[in-house]
Design a protein around this ligand. Structure first.
Ligand code: TXA
Ligand code: MG
Length: 316
Protein backbone atom coordinates (compact mmCIF):
# COMPACT_ATOMS: atom_id res chain seq x y z
CA UNK A 1 0.00 0.00 0.00
CA UNK A 2 1.54 3.32 -1.06
CA UNK A 3 1.22 6.13 1.45
CA UNK A 4 -0.70 9.25 0.36
CA UNK A 5 0.91 12.67 0.34
CA UNK A 6 1.13 14.25 3.76
CA UNK A 7 1.09 17.95 3.03
CA UNK A 8 1.82 20.99 5.17
CA UNK A 9 -1.07 23.26 6.11
CA UNK A 10 -0.57 25.88 3.41
CA UNK A 11 -3.15 27.86 1.42
CA UNK A 12 -2.16 25.69 -1.53
CA UNK A 13 -2.99 22.54 0.42
CA UNK A 14 -6.47 23.90 1.15
CA UNK A 15 -7.06 24.57 -2.56
CA UNK A 16 -5.87 21.05 -3.47
CA UNK A 17 -8.02 19.53 -0.72
CA UNK A 18 -11.12 21.37 -2.02
CA UNK A 19 -10.37 20.05 -5.47
CA UNK A 20 -10.02 16.47 -4.17
CA UNK A 21 -13.26 16.75 -2.17
CA UNK A 22 -15.14 18.16 -5.17
CA UNK A 23 -14.03 15.08 -7.13
CA UNK A 24 -15.42 12.76 -4.45
CA UNK A 25 -12.03 11.87 -2.94
CA UNK A 26 -11.18 11.58 0.75
CA UNK A 27 -8.94 13.96 2.68
CA UNK A 28 -7.25 13.32 6.03
CA UNK A 29 -8.21 16.32 8.12
CA UNK A 30 -6.78 17.48 11.45
CA UNK A 31 -9.26 18.64 14.08
CA UNK A 32 -8.63 19.62 17.70
CA UNK A 33 -9.93 16.21 18.87
CA UNK A 34 -8.64 13.54 16.46
CA UNK A 35 -7.94 13.40 12.71
CA UNK A 36 -11.01 12.95 10.52
CA UNK A 37 -11.45 11.13 7.22
CA UNK A 38 -13.31 13.86 5.34
CA UNK A 39 -15.65 13.57 2.37
CA UNK A 40 -18.18 15.92 0.81
CA UNK A 41 -21.22 15.14 2.98
CA UNK A 42 -23.59 16.00 0.13
CA UNK A 43 -22.05 13.43 -2.24
CA UNK A 44 -23.27 9.88 -1.55
CA UNK A 45 -20.48 8.28 -3.57
CA UNK A 46 -17.82 10.11 -1.62
CA UNK A 47 -19.55 9.17 1.64
CA UNK A 48 -19.75 5.53 0.50
CA UNK A 49 -15.97 5.66 0.07
CA UNK A 50 -15.63 6.65 3.72
CA UNK A 51 -17.68 3.66 4.88
CA UNK A 52 -15.70 1.34 2.60
CA UNK A 53 -12.29 2.67 3.64
CA UNK A 54 -13.11 2.43 7.34
CA UNK A 55 -14.92 -0.91 7.09
CA UNK A 56 -17.66 0.88 8.98
CA UNK A 57 -21.13 -0.64 9.26
CA UNK A 58 -23.48 1.48 7.15
CA UNK A 59 -25.91 1.80 10.08
CA UNK A 60 -23.36 3.98 11.84
CA UNK A 61 -24.00 7.62 10.87
CA UNK A 62 -21.25 10.21 10.38
CA UNK A 63 -20.79 13.64 11.92
CA UNK A 64 -21.33 16.53 9.51
CA UNK A 65 -18.68 19.19 10.13
CA UNK A 66 -19.76 22.70 9.29
CA UNK A 67 -18.06 26.09 9.19
CA UNK A 68 -20.49 27.98 11.42
CA UNK A 69 -23.67 27.84 13.46
CA UNK A 70 -25.45 29.49 10.52
CA UNK A 71 -24.41 26.58 8.32
CA UNK A 72 -25.46 24.11 11.03
CA UNK A 73 -28.93 25.71 11.01
CA UNK A 74 -29.25 24.93 7.31
CA UNK A 75 -28.64 21.23 7.98
CA UNK A 76 -30.38 20.63 11.30
CA UNK A 77 -33.08 22.13 13.51
CA UNK A 78 -31.41 23.70 16.53
CA UNK A 79 -33.82 24.36 19.39
CA UNK A 80 -33.09 26.89 22.16
CA UNK A 81 -30.93 24.42 24.07
CA UNK A 82 -28.91 23.65 20.94
CA UNK A 83 -28.51 27.34 20.14
CA UNK A 84 -27.21 28.01 23.63
CA UNK A 85 -24.70 25.15 23.44
CA UNK A 86 -23.61 26.28 19.98
CA UNK A 87 -23.02 29.81 21.26
CA UNK A 88 -21.08 28.52 24.23
CA UNK A 89 -19.01 25.66 22.83
CA UNK A 90 -18.65 26.22 19.07
CA UNK A 91 -16.21 26.22 17.49
CA UNK A 92 -15.07 23.31 19.62
CA UNK A 93 -15.22 19.65 20.61
CA UNK A 94 -18.99 19.31 20.98
CA UNK A 95 -21.29 17.47 18.55
CA UNK A 96 -25.04 18.07 18.62
CA UNK A 97 -27.54 15.48 17.39
CA UNK A 98 -30.69 17.32 16.27
CA UNK A 99 -33.60 16.72 13.87
CA UNK A 100 -32.49 16.93 10.26
CA UNK A 101 -33.59 20.06 8.36
CA UNK A 102 -36.17 19.30 5.67
CA UNK A 103 -34.06 21.24 3.18
CA UNK A 104 -30.68 20.08 4.42
CA UNK A 105 -27.94 19.04 2.00
CA UNK A 106 -26.23 16.19 3.85
CA UNK A 107 -26.96 12.93 2.03
CA UNK A 108 -29.00 10.17 3.57
CA UNK A 109 -26.10 7.73 3.56
CA UNK A 110 -24.04 10.03 5.78
CA UNK A 111 -26.98 10.10 8.20
CA UNK A 112 -27.44 6.33 7.87
CA UNK A 113 -31.03 7.07 6.88
CA UNK A 114 -31.88 8.67 10.23
CA UNK A 115 -34.13 11.70 10.62
CA UNK A 116 -31.51 13.18 12.95
CA UNK A 117 -28.12 14.65 12.14
CA UNK A 118 -24.89 15.03 14.12
CA UNK A 119 -23.35 18.50 13.64
CA UNK A 120 -20.09 20.00 14.81
CA UNK A 121 -18.15 23.21 14.16
CA UNK A 122 -14.53 22.23 14.79
CA UNK A 123 -12.02 24.70 16.20
CA UNK A 124 -8.79 23.53 14.56
CA UNK A 125 -7.42 26.20 12.19
CA UNK A 126 -7.01 23.72 9.30
CA UNK A 127 -10.50 22.29 9.68
CA UNK A 128 -11.88 25.84 9.81
CA UNK A 129 -9.97 26.97 6.71
CA UNK A 130 -11.02 23.92 4.73
CA UNK A 131 -14.69 24.17 5.76
CA UNK A 132 -14.68 27.90 5.01
CA UNK A 133 -13.10 27.39 1.60
CA UNK A 134 -15.20 24.37 0.62
CA UNK A 135 -18.49 25.91 1.69
CA UNK A 136 -20.31 22.58 2.09
CA UNK A 137 -20.55 20.23 5.07
CA UNK A 138 -17.87 17.57 5.40
CA UNK A 139 -18.70 14.14 6.72
CA UNK A 140 -15.68 13.16 8.77
CA UNK A 141 -15.54 10.20 11.08
CA UNK A 142 -12.37 9.63 13.03
CA UNK A 143 -9.76 8.46 10.51
CA UNK A 144 -9.22 4.96 11.88
CA UNK A 145 -10.34 1.58 10.58
CA UNK A 146 -13.67 0.86 12.31
CA UNK A 147 -13.20 -0.30 15.89
CA UNK A 148 -9.50 0.60 16.08
CA UNK A 149 -7.60 3.38 17.82
CA UNK A 150 -8.36 6.91 16.65
CA UNK A 151 -5.57 8.87 14.94
CA UNK A 152 -3.88 11.86 16.52
CA UNK A 153 -1.23 12.52 13.87
CA UNK A 154 -1.13 12.82 10.07
CA UNK A 155 1.15 9.79 9.94
CA UNK A 156 -1.45 7.62 11.72
CA UNK A 157 -3.94 8.46 8.96
CA UNK A 158 -1.53 7.91 6.08
CA UNK A 159 -0.47 4.62 7.60
CA UNK A 160 -4.04 3.34 8.06
CA UNK A 161 -5.49 4.32 4.69
CA UNK A 162 -2.67 4.53 2.10
CA UNK A 163 -3.94 5.56 -1.31
CA UNK A 164 -7.57 5.43 -0.23
CA UNK A 165 -7.10 9.06 0.82
CA UNK A 166 -6.06 11.66 -1.75
CA UNK A 167 -4.00 13.60 0.79
CA UNK A 168 -3.56 14.15 4.50
CA UNK A 169 -3.11 17.71 5.73
CA UNK A 170 -0.60 17.78 8.55
CA UNK A 171 -1.97 19.99 11.31
CA UNK A 172 0.35 18.67 14.00
CA UNK A 173 -0.69 16.37 16.81
CA UNK A 174 -4.26 16.85 18.03
CA UNK A 175 -4.47 19.07 21.08
CA UNK A 176 -7.40 17.34 22.80
CA UNK A 177 -6.58 13.78 21.74
CA UNK A 178 -9.99 12.12 22.19
CA UNK A 179 -13.26 12.64 20.37
CA UNK A 180 -15.88 15.31 20.80
CA UNK A 181 -18.69 14.98 23.32
CA UNK A 182 -21.99 14.07 21.65
CA UNK A 183 -25.26 15.45 23.01
CA UNK A 184 -28.70 14.55 21.64
CA UNK A 185 -31.24 17.37 21.62
CA UNK A 186 -34.49 16.02 20.24
CA UNK A 187 -37.97 17.53 20.62
CA UNK A 188 -39.83 16.65 23.83
CA UNK A 189 -36.87 14.69 25.14
CA UNK A 190 -34.39 15.54 27.86
CA UNK A 191 -30.91 16.39 26.64
CA UNK A 192 -28.98 13.14 26.37
CA UNK A 193 -25.24 12.59 26.66
CA UNK A 194 -24.64 10.10 23.82
CA UNK A 195 -20.84 9.96 24.04
CA UNK A 196 -18.69 11.40 26.80
CA UNK A 197 -15.86 13.46 25.34
CA UNK A 198 -13.72 16.52 25.69
CA UNK A 199 -16.53 18.75 26.98
CA UNK A 200 -17.19 17.22 30.39
CA UNK A 201 -20.58 16.39 31.88
CA UNK A 202 -20.05 19.08 34.52
CA UNK A 203 -19.44 21.73 31.85
CA UNK A 204 -22.70 20.69 30.14
CA UNK A 205 -24.77 20.55 33.33
CA UNK A 206 -24.38 24.30 33.72
CA UNK A 207 -26.44 24.71 30.53
CA UNK A 208 -28.45 21.47 30.54
CA UNK A 209 -29.57 20.79 34.11
CA UNK A 210 -31.81 17.90 32.91
CA UNK A 211 -28.98 16.10 31.07
CA UNK A 212 -29.41 12.29 31.14
CA UNK A 213 -27.41 9.34 29.82
CA UNK A 214 -25.49 7.65 28.49
CA UNK A 215 -27.86 4.73 29.09
CA UNK A 216 -26.03 1.56 30.13
CA UNK A 217 -26.50 -1.27 27.67
CA UNK A 218 -28.29 0.82 25.04
CA UNK A 219 -26.57 1.83 21.80
CA UNK A 220 -26.72 5.59 22.25
CA UNK A 221 -24.43 6.52 19.43
CA UNK A 222 -23.36 3.57 17.32
CA UNK A 223 -19.72 4.35 18.18
CA UNK A 224 -20.87 3.07 21.54
CA UNK A 225 -20.60 -0.53 20.34
CA UNK A 226 -18.95 -2.14 23.31
CA UNK A 227 -15.64 -3.05 21.65
CA UNK A 228 -14.20 0.07 20.05
CA UNK A 229 -11.06 2.18 20.09
CA UNK A 230 -9.20 -1.12 20.39
CA UNK A 231 -5.45 -1.65 19.93
CA UNK A 232 -4.25 -5.06 18.67
CA UNK A 233 -3.08 -6.19 22.11
CA UNK A 234 -5.52 -7.01 24.89
CA UNK A 235 -6.07 -4.30 27.48
CA UNK A 236 -6.34 -4.82 31.26
CA UNK A 237 -7.74 -1.96 33.34
CA UNK A 238 -7.20 -0.93 36.94
CA UNK A 239 -3.74 -2.52 36.92
CA UNK A 240 -1.30 -1.85 39.73
CA UNK A 241 1.45 -4.30 38.78
CA UNK A 242 2.67 -5.78 35.52
CA UNK A 243 2.03 -9.41 34.66
CA UNK A 244 4.32 -11.49 32.43
CA UNK A 245 4.78 -10.07 28.95
CA UNK A 246 2.64 -6.99 29.62
CA UNK A 247 3.60 -3.37 29.10
CA UNK A 248 2.19 -0.64 31.30
CA UNK A 249 0.26 2.52 30.59
CA UNK A 250 0.68 4.53 33.76
CA UNK A 251 -1.15 7.47 35.27
CA UNK A 252 0.04 9.78 38.02
CA UNK A 253 3.22 10.09 40.07
CA UNK A 254 3.20 6.48 41.32
CA UNK A 255 3.54 4.84 37.91
CA UNK A 256 6.63 2.64 37.49
CA UNK A 257 9.49 4.64 36.00
CA UNK A 258 9.79 2.44 32.91
CA UNK A 259 6.11 2.72 31.91
CA UNK A 260 4.61 5.16 29.44
CA UNK A 261 2.73 7.64 31.59
CA UNK A 262 -0.51 9.35 30.46
CA UNK A 263 0.24 12.14 32.90
CA UNK A 264 2.91 11.97 35.59
CA UNK A 265 1.19 14.90 37.36
CA UNK A 266 -2.23 13.20 37.10
CA UNK A 267 -3.60 15.91 34.81
CA UNK A 268 -6.66 14.60 32.92
CA UNK A 269 -6.31 17.03 30.01
CA UNK A 270 -2.75 15.86 29.44
CA UNK A 271 -3.88 12.22 29.80
CA UNK A 272 -6.63 12.64 27.16
CA UNK A 273 -4.15 14.19 24.75
CA UNK A 274 -1.73 11.27 25.20
CA UNK A 275 -4.23 8.39 25.32
CA UNK A 276 -4.39 7.10 21.73
CA UNK A 277 -0.77 7.92 20.89
CA UNK A 278 0.52 6.00 23.90
CA UNK A 279 -1.79 3.02 23.36
CA UNK A 280 -0.57 2.92 19.77
CA UNK A 281 3.08 3.16 20.87
CA UNK A 282 2.67 0.31 23.37
CA UNK A 283 0.76 -1.80 20.85
CA UNK A 284 3.67 -1.51 18.41
CA UNK A 285 5.82 -3.45 20.88
CA UNK A 286 3.50 -6.47 20.34
CA UNK A 287 3.10 -7.11 24.06
CA UNK A 288 1.11 -9.96 25.63
CA UNK A 289 -1.16 -7.24 26.95
CA UNK A 290 -1.39 -3.58 27.92
CA UNK A 291 -1.96 -2.99 31.65
CA UNK A 292 -3.55 0.38 32.37
CA UNK A 293 -3.38 2.02 35.78
CA UNK A 294 -6.63 3.44 37.22
CA UNK A 295 -7.71 6.87 35.99
CA UNK A 296 -10.14 8.86 38.19
CA UNK A 297 -13.69 9.13 36.85
CA UNK A 298 -14.27 12.86 37.38
CA UNK A 299 -14.24 15.57 34.65
CA UNK A 300 -12.47 14.39 31.50
CA UNK A 301 -11.83 11.09 33.29
CA UNK A 302 -15.34 9.98 32.29
CA UNK A 303 -14.44 10.16 28.58
CA UNK A 304 -10.97 8.64 29.09
CA UNK A 305 -12.41 5.71 31.05
CA UNK A 306 -15.19 5.28 28.46
CA UNK A 307 -12.54 4.81 25.73
CA UNK A 308 -10.42 2.56 27.94
CA UNK A 309 -13.37 0.31 28.83
CA UNK A 310 -14.19 -0.11 25.15
CA UNK A 311 -10.53 -0.80 24.31
CA UNK A 312 -10.59 -3.51 27.00
CA UNK A 313 -14.00 -5.01 26.07
CA UNK A 314 -14.25 -8.47 24.47
CA UNK A 315 -13.72 -7.89 20.73
CA UNK A 316 -16.80 -8.20 18.48
O1 TXA B 1 -14.12 14.42 17.63
C1 TXA B 1 -14.88 13.88 16.82
O2 TXA B 1 -16.11 13.84 16.99
C2 TXA B 1 -14.26 13.24 15.58
C3 TXA B 1 -13.66 14.37 14.72
C4 TXA B 1 -13.06 13.86 13.42
O3 TXA B 1 -14.62 15.35 14.50
N1 TXA B 1 -15.21 12.49 14.82
C5 TXA B 1 -15.70 11.32 15.28
O4 TXA B 1 -16.53 10.71 14.37
O5 TXA B 1 -15.42 10.82 16.36
P1 TXA B 1 -16.95 9.19 14.46
O6 TXA B 1 -17.68 8.94 13.19
O7 TXA B 1 -15.78 8.33 14.73
O8 TXA B 1 -17.97 9.17 15.63
C6 TXA B 1 -19.20 9.80 15.47
C7 TXA B 1 -20.21 9.23 16.39
C8 TXA B 1 -20.54 7.79 16.09
O9 TXA B 1 -20.55 7.07 17.31
C9 TXA B 1 -21.93 7.89 15.51
O10 TXA B 1 -22.69 6.77 15.80
C10 TXA B 1 -22.48 9.11 16.20
O11 TXA B 1 -21.40 9.99 16.22
N2 TXA B 1 -23.58 9.72 15.45
C11 TXA B 1 -23.53 10.33 14.25
N3 TXA B 1 -24.76 10.72 13.85
C12 TXA B 1 -25.61 10.36 14.84
C13 TXA B 1 -27.01 10.48 15.04
N4 TXA B 1 -27.79 11.04 14.14
N5 TXA B 1 -27.53 9.99 16.18
C14 TXA B 1 -26.74 9.41 17.13
N6 TXA B 1 -25.40 9.28 16.98
C15 TXA B 1 -24.85 9.73 15.87
MG1 MG C 1 -14.56 6.98 15.71
Amino acid sequence: MTAPAIVDETAHAIVDACDALAHGSLVGLPTETVYGLAADATNPQAVARVFAAKGRPAFNPLIAHVASTAMACREGVLDERAQLLAETFWPGPLTLVVPVHAEGHVCELARAGLQTIALRVPAHRVARSLLGAYGKPLAAPSANPSGKLSPTSARDVAHAFGEEVAMVIDGGSCEAGIESTIVGLLPSEPARLLRPGIVSRDALLAYLPDLVGPTEGAINAPGQLSSHYAPGASVRLGAQKLRDGEVMLGFGPDAPANSLNLSPRADLVEAAANLYRMLRQLDQQNPAGIAVMPVPEQGLGEAINDRLRRAAAPRN
